[in-house]
Ligand binder design. Structure first.
Ligand SMILES: Cc1cc2nc3c(=O)[nH]c(=O)nc-3n(C[C@H](O)[C@H](O)[C@H](O)COP(=O)(O)OP(=O)(O)OC[C@H]3O[C@@H](n4cnc5c(N)ncnc54)[C@H](O)[C@@H]3O)c2cc1C
Length: 415
């Protein structure tokens, strides 16, 4: 049992799960610090929206102080409620309508959400600190070791450092993620040009997946509309915190095969935009406009990977959350929600253990036993969806791209 009064938690990674856990623990009076590799909070645009589902919303509700939770809701918006599958000329194949109850889900801007999650953690987030490993020579007092050679002691260490986790090999030695053949080039384009929406009215509230004739190639887009103006909402609910953006945008992603992205251009934003622009030539002109008017600094290449179920947790006082454990291809929009769910669950188990005096190792093991089933259900679902939508199965692809669009009306005239 850890009866020391200097119980502390060190988290590697100030992403969605790391910050959410820090909020949960801080509210419970636990000494928590977050160590982030990036040199500052807003160095990357990370310009995309995420749809918070019941688990993501519940995690935020239980982790954040009330005003911050309301800030997340106020700056977000109702998601559109429809996902349209079309051919590459945006002719409808079929549409899925989501029957979520009002307020059951919320679309939020990820950068804004991160800013909300950072609020109130002053002095507890340390930037420019890349975690490199865990020193477990004293199992009761681990040390989080940084790439600069420094280290900090902590009673519990949590790896929330994303898909390329530096801690995974030590904490979950048998569960490195597996690569997939697929990738996405993601971008963000201002929703309005000269005061007019670039998205035609019929698609205003839809997500659209335009499937190319070539199997494995598709283009997704959806618009992110802020609810209350973030600057005003921050001033009202989190005075002193920063609203990083407030302009509505269209988030898009070109799905392609990894082998189509030369390794030499993977970090070159301009070259990625050129590639996306070239590949979008065969799509509807709206698609090409989205790519050509994208904000360059928000462009990102994501090589899809799938997490592998861990069978051994090697350090009883260290654990992991989010993409570091269960990265999944972005089909179904569960990655961020699952990461937030982990954070709230681990927070609850640690706080319960502190309150009852139960061994913290047991609390961590319980978290892991509960997390693995739901997280890997989401991984399996996302991987299966990806295979179905991008695999080479000829008959379903032919039906989707050739037969169904001919039976439907033209959604967006090609003017
Ligand atoms: C374009 C796109 C759209 C998405 N849309 C959705 C959606 O609609 N719904 C949804 O649920 N999910 C979505 N996701 C997935 C979601 O964003 C991720 O699953 C989620 O961010 C994972 O959270 P995390 O805390 O595990 O990791 P992250 O949020 O990735 O954070 C990891 C943090 O660790 C830091 N880090 C990395 N290495 C180190 C190190 N060695 N030391 C210290 N810090 C380190 C990183 O800089 C980063 O800040 C989307 C992803 C993408 C790319």
């Amino acid at each position: 049992m850890d009866t020391s009064t200097d119980f502390s938690v060190a988290i590697a990674g100030a992403g969605l799960s790391g910050l959410c856990l820090a909020q949960y623990l801080m509210r419970a009076g636990i000494d928590v610090h977050v160590y982030e590799r990036d040199p500052g909070p807003f160095v990357r645009q990370q310009g995309y929206r995420i749809i918070l589902d019941q688990y993501g919303l519940e995690a935020l509700r239980t982790s954040l102080p009330r005003p911050l939770y309301h800030l997340a809701l106020a700056t977000g918006d109702e998601p559109g409620g429809q996902l349209r599958f079309t051919d590459r000329r945006l002719r409808d194949a079929f549409t899925i309508t989501f029957k979520d109850k009002t307020h059951a889900t919320r679309q939020v801007d990820r950068l804004t959400l991160r800013s909300i999650l950072q609020s109130g953690l002053d002095g507890r987030i340390h930037y420019g600190k890349a975690a490199a490993g865990v020193d477990s020579s004293d199992p009761a007092r681990l040390r989080l070791v940084f790439s600069d050679g420094g280290s900090v002691p902590a009673s519990v260490i949590v790896g929330a450092d994303g898909v390329g986790s530096a801690l995974r090999a030590q904490i979950m030695p048998d569960a490195a993620p597996a690569n997939t053949p697929m990738a996405g080039i993601y971008g963000r384009t201002p929703l309005r040009r000269n005061g007019e929406s670039i998205i035609p009215e019929p698609l205003r509230t839809s997500g659209v997946l335009a499937i190319d004739d070539r199997p494995g190639r598709a283009f997704f887009f959806t618009s992110m509309r802020f609810g209350e103006n973030p600057r005003e909402a921050f001033a009202r609910l989190a005075p002193g915190s920063y609203a990083p953006t407030g302009d509505d945008y269209v988030m898009w992603g070109l799905l392609l095969r990894q082998e189509e992205v030369p390794t030499t251009i993977r970090r070159n934003l301009l070259a990625l935009q050129d590639l996306a622009s070239h590949m979008s030539m065969v799509f509807h002109p709206l698609v090409r406009r989205l790519v050509d008017n994208a904000e360059l600094d928000a462009m990102v290449l994501n090589l899809f990977a799938t997490g592998q179920r861990p069978h051994r947790w090697a350090l009883p006082r260290a654990t992991m959350m989010g993409d570091a454990v269960h990265v999944m291809p972005p089909f179904g929009a569960h990655g961020g929600n699952t990461a937030l769910r982990d954070a709230a669950l681990l927070g609850r188990r640690l706080v319960e253990a502190r309150a009852s005096g139960a061994p913290v190792e047991r609390a961590i093991a319980r978290y892991q036993d509960e997390m693995v089933p739901y997280a890997f259900r989401a991984v399996d679902t996302a991987a299966a969806l990806m295979r179905r939508l991008t695999g080479g199965a000829t008959a379903p692809h032919w039906v989707l791209t050739r037969v169904l669009p001919r039976l439907h009306r033209v959604t967006v005239p090609e003017a």
